[in-house]
Structures are given as C-alpha cells and as structure tokens.
Design a protein around this ligand. Sequence first.
Ligand code: NAD
Ligand code: MG
Length: 420
Amino acid sequence: MDVAMPRRVSVFGSTGSIGRNTIELLEARGDEFQVEALTAHSNIELLCEQAVRLKAKTAVIGNDALFPELKERLRDTGIACAAGTSGLLEAAARPVDWTMIAIVGMDCLRPALEIVAQGGCVAMANKECLAAAGKLFVEAAQRSRAQLLPVDSEHNAIFQLFDPERAEWIEHITLTASGGPFRSRTLDELENVTPAQALQHPTWSMGAKISIDSATLMNKGLELIEAHWLFPVGHEKFRIVLHPQSVVHAMVTYVDGSVMAHMSAPDMRVPIAHALAYPGRMRTDTASSDLTKIGSLDFEPACEKRFPALRLARTALERNDGSATVLNAANEVAVAAFLELRLRFTDILPVIEGVLEDMAAAPDALKAPQSFDDVFALDRHARRKALEGINERIRGRQNLSHAPSAGAPTPHARKREKIA
Ligand code: NAD
Ligand code: MG
C-alpha cells in the first residue's frame, strides 16, 4: 500500500497519556504528518501548546466553558478553535488519513462513530466503546471500510500475530495481565486502599481511569470483551494469564502446539508507532526488550475468585446480551466514585455486580442493544443504577456525616479534572 506524504492525522484526547505519546511520535517525524485536529477535555494549556508546536489546523476543547479562553490563547496563530460535543463531531468529520481515538470512556462513542464513518485508518486506543458496543462498532467500521488498528498493547500484539486466513488453526489466544499494584495481596488486604495507592501501576504509566481498572483487573475484563469483537474466534478461546513483567503482551497458540508471542518493553509508544506506520514500520527510541537484562519472565494463572472482574466480564460475554454495556457503564461510575473518595476500592466490583444482578432480574432489561440508541439508553440506565448502589453504600456507612454527597463533585474530583 502506497502511503501519500504528508499524511493528514487527527488526535482525539491529545492531552492524555496515549495522546501525549502519540504527539511525541508525530513530532519526531514532523515532515511526514499534517495535523488536522487535536482535542482535549479541559487541559487547555497543553492543548494549545501542542496545537502551536504541531501547527494543527484545529484545536477543540470538550469543555464548552473554556471556549473563550481557547480563542484568546490561540488568537493570531491561524489555528481554528471549536468546543463541546458539536466541536468534537465537526473535527471527527474532517477528512484525514489516520486518526488516534484516545478519549477515555463512553463519552468517546459519538465522536468515534463519526470518525469511523469517514473510513481511513482508525487507531483505537479507547476500549470502553468496544466493550460497550463492540458488535455494532465493528460493523460500523466494516460498512465504511475503516481500518481499525488496535492500540491497546495486548490487542495490537494479537493484531500482529493473528492471521484471519489461519483462524481455524488457532487453539487459543492468551492476553497477559500485569496483575496491577495489588497482585500479591488478598482481597481482605484491600479494604482501605486509597486512590493514590491504586494509581501506582508497577509497569505502565497511564491515565487515572485505566490505572484503577488495572488495579481491579476490570481492565483485563474489558480487554477480554474488546478482543472478542476485534478477533472473532469465539470468546471461549481467549485466556488470561498474569505476567508481572509486562513484556509478553499476547500469545497465539496453534493446534499443532506452536505458540507465537509478541514482546516489547512496556511502553505504549510501541503499539502507537505500529498503528501510525501501518502497514509499514517506523523507528522509535523506545527501550528494546533485552531478555538477558530482564533475566526471567513469570506467568501465573489468573484466579477468577481473586479477581472477580474477570468472572464478570466472561459471564457478560457468555450471556451475549446487554451485560457488557451495563458492566462498562457501572464500572465507569464506580471508578469515578472511588477516585472522588465516595466509594471504597473493595466496593467497586460489588456495585457493578449488584447492577448486573438487578437488571438481570428485570424482564428484558439486559436485552442485547440493536442500535447505538439502544446502547446509549442502556448505558444511561446502568449509570443511574450504579449511582443508586453507591448512594446506598454511602448511606449504609456509619461515618456518613463525614462523607461528601454522591451528586456533587468533591474538591478532589475538581482537581483531577484539571489533569487532562
Ligand atoms: P487519560 O485520562 O490520560 O486521557 C484521556 C484523554 O481524553 C484526555 O486528553 C482528556 O482530555 C480526554 N477526555 C476525557 N474526557 C473527555 C470528554 N468527556 N470529552 C472529550 N475529551 C475527553 O487516558 P489514557 O490513559 O490516555 O487512556 C485513553 C483511552 O485509551 C482509554 O480508553 C484507555 O482505556 C485506553 N488505553 C490506554 C492505555 C494507556 O497506556 N494509557 C493503554 C491501552 C488503552
Ligand atoms: Mg492493555
């Protein structure tokens, strides 16, 4: 495939962890790329800095209230400004050759659908959209002939190892999980874990939401669902193995016993560079995985009793209904509540399981979504249920009088918002 230069690219979520790594790779190969649009939710300072440095044509701030400041900061630069959902959707509809989708959470779904509708190469870092609406999302990409390039390291690894022509010879596919910061602790030892402790990932440096998901292993649960939609070999063929060094990202085992493994240093610039240069390769200055320095690689079974998130995700796949949409929505709400100090770490998974059980008991509440409207409606309903579950737990606690109310953002939450 000939690739015209410079390639027109956009980065959605350019101020986040994946976004910043993408910007670094684009900057290192400046002449090869024309940046069309960069977007962020509220980190206006970094967004403007990136837009000026990369000579972007448009900068979009998700938070409407910051639009006047964006215009002021980018006055006389020639960079067009936009804000809010409409700004994101307009940027998503701009014709480009390659887009990075690195907005976190389900807020990404509307712009992601607009991006996918344009066709072209779509580097997909966001996993919540695939977990919540995987079937419909992949079908939308097929309709517009968009090339989905998985950026999540495990899925990028499988993408590199997976040959759709040889799918019938695949015995199983293994996704590795670092196990997060609490891998060797028992569930009982996690009662008083703080957000600061849960955010300390041992091998990866990532945004807050995915870091908490890694600590509960819901990240791997979401990845299991994501893998099922990206690589349709049957969900029973996916396995999860704990691998604390995060050097092997995925393995494909063939029926003859051959195992193909993908390895790299735990550095997201590797899968991003793969997606950026696809179908070619680009040189990066990431550390190589010198196995003589690493010494040994460990693999342990991932116990579903110790990591209930894996059981919840697998059950959602087995049910093949709206469970994955609900699981993802309830998880987003519970993780936000934990980060805002409204929910205990050990209550995150019980809140999600409570929502799933409640909805499974109501007739048709978990019906498989047939359209994106169904997905949004199910997502909203599950969020309301999760909030109810969280409020119940807050009320049930003795120190209620000291806990902030569940509706209003705490000072801690407002501080976090400023990060990205
Ligand atoms: P992050 O929190 O560091 O960055 C999120 C980005 O999205 C920021 O630019 C933020 O401004 C933007 N954003 C947040 N809410 C928004 C909204 N409502 N509207 C518009 N923009 C919004 O997150 P991250 O770690 O970069 O992860 C991004 C996505 O990639 C997630 O879905 C995550 O699961 C996935 N992912 C991340 C990693 C990683 O190493 N960080 C690895 C694999 C997959
Ligand atoms: Mg991953």
